[in-house]
Design a protein around this ligand. Structure first.
Ligand code: SAM
Length: 253
């Protein structure tokens, strides 16, 4: 997977992505990353890329021409018209399954990061294929959302995670949250690791983990449960948790 980021702050992308697991994945060639500075495509000596909005109002708007220039440079380099994701709070929300679908289809992905009030609509109409938000809040720029997406997509690329299994059983798979984790020591602050995890009995451990997933999802993200594939026993467990949660809430109020 080749990531191309069109941004006014390439150093932010490079610094953010070149550490830890992502840094190692780039170094080993599982993924590649190129940040293109939109300012390099400004047609004035001060490298100015923004201007005031037509119609008035606060803030500045990133102009169409430099954004288009940066896009054309990437297109020319890879030799075809790529999928272009514009990070915007006005897009559909990014979720893990979308990352997986992108991976199956695309070799190159272009992320377009806005700043200030956003980008001139006319260039968006010409180059953007996907409008994606990372949540219902407004950030100062698209760089963090682009890094969030690249991180989530990269984890699905074979070889990026040392232990392939750790990408297999994660929250949101099967619409459940993952079970809790414990490591050494067995007792910490007088809290013992659940006995079953020390038993070495794999079937019981799997059973416990699955139950914990159901309980945790009911407690924290009951909205996911509707689409989860639960057995009758698991459904009853989830219903009990939801009823207890409702009772606790009523007592609090
Ligand atoms: N004026 C825009 C609006 O109200 O929709 C918000 C512009 S925001 C201050 C500047 C840039 O940050 C956007 O162009 C976008 O690239 C990025 N951004 C902000 N919040 C985001 C979010 N939740 N998801 C994805 N990108 C976001």
């Amino acid at each position: 997977m080749h990531f191309h980021v069109l941004t006014l702050f390439p150093e932010m992308i490079e610094q953010g992505m070149n550490t830890s697991i992502m840094g190692r994945a780039i170094e080993r060639g599982y993924i590649s990353l190129k940040a293109t500075d939109i300012r390099d495509y400004a047609a004035n000596k001060h490298n100015k890329v923004d201007d005031t909005p037509y119609g008035g109002g606060a803030g500045m708007v990133m102009q169409a021409a430099p954004v288009y220039g940066a896009y054309e440079a990437v297109k020319e380099q890879i030799g075809y018209r790529p999928r272009v994701i514009y990070l915007t709070p006005q897009g559909s929300t990014f979720f893990t399954a979308y990352g997986g679908r992108i991976l199956q289809k695309e070799q190159d992905l272009v992320f377009l990061c806005g700043h200030y009030e956003g980008i001139d609509e006319r260039v968006l109409e010409e180059i953007v294929t996907d409008y994606v938000s990372i949540g219902d809040y407004v950030l100062t720029g698209g760089e963090l959302p682009a890094m969030v997406m690249m991180d989530a997509i990269s984890r699905l690329v074979p070889g990026v995670l040392h232990n392939e299994a750790s990408a297999e059983f994660e929250s949101f798979q099967g619409n459940l949250l993952e079970h809790p984790h414990y490591s050494r020591p067995e007792v910490w602050h007088e809290k013992r690791v659940p006995e079953v995890l020390l038993s070495g009995h794999h079937a019981n451990i799997e059973k416990w983990r699955r139950e914990q997933s159901v309980i945790r999802t009911a407690e924290r993200r009951p909205d996911l449960l509707e689409k989860a594939d639960l057995s009758a026993k698991e459904k009853a467990l989830a219903d009990r948790c939801l009823a207890e949660k409702k009772l606790a809430f009523t007592q609090e109020v």
